[in-house]
Design a protein around this ligand. Structure first.
Ligand SMILES: [Zn+2]
Length: 67
C-alpha cells in the first residue's frame, strides 16, 4: 500500500472509529463525574473503550492509512 502523508484525512472509516473511541472515553469520564460507578459499570465502560481502541488499531494494521 502506498502512503502519502499530505495531512489530508483520507480515511472516513478511521475517522469514524476515532470518534467512537473519543465518545466512549468522554462518556465514561462524564458518568464517573456525576456519581460513583459500581465496579460492574466501570468494567463495562472500560470494556467499551478497550474495544473501540482495538478496532482502531486493527484498522491501522490492516488498512495502513496511517503511514
Ligand atoms: Zn483506513
Amino acid at each position: 500500500m502506498r502512503g502519502d502523508s499530505n495531512g489530508v484525512l483520507s480515511c472516513l472509516e478511521r475517522e469514524r472509529l476515532e470518534e467512537e473511541l473519543t465518545e466512549a472515553r468522554s462518556r465514561g469520564r462524564n458518568l464517573s463525574r456525576l456519581r460513583n460507578l459500581t465496579p460492574f459499570e466501570r468494567a463495562a465502560l472500560e470494556g467499551r473503550e478497550q474495544a473501540a481502541q482495538t478496532r482502531l488499531q486493527d484498522h491501522d494494521e490492516e488498512h495502513g492509512c496511517q503511514r
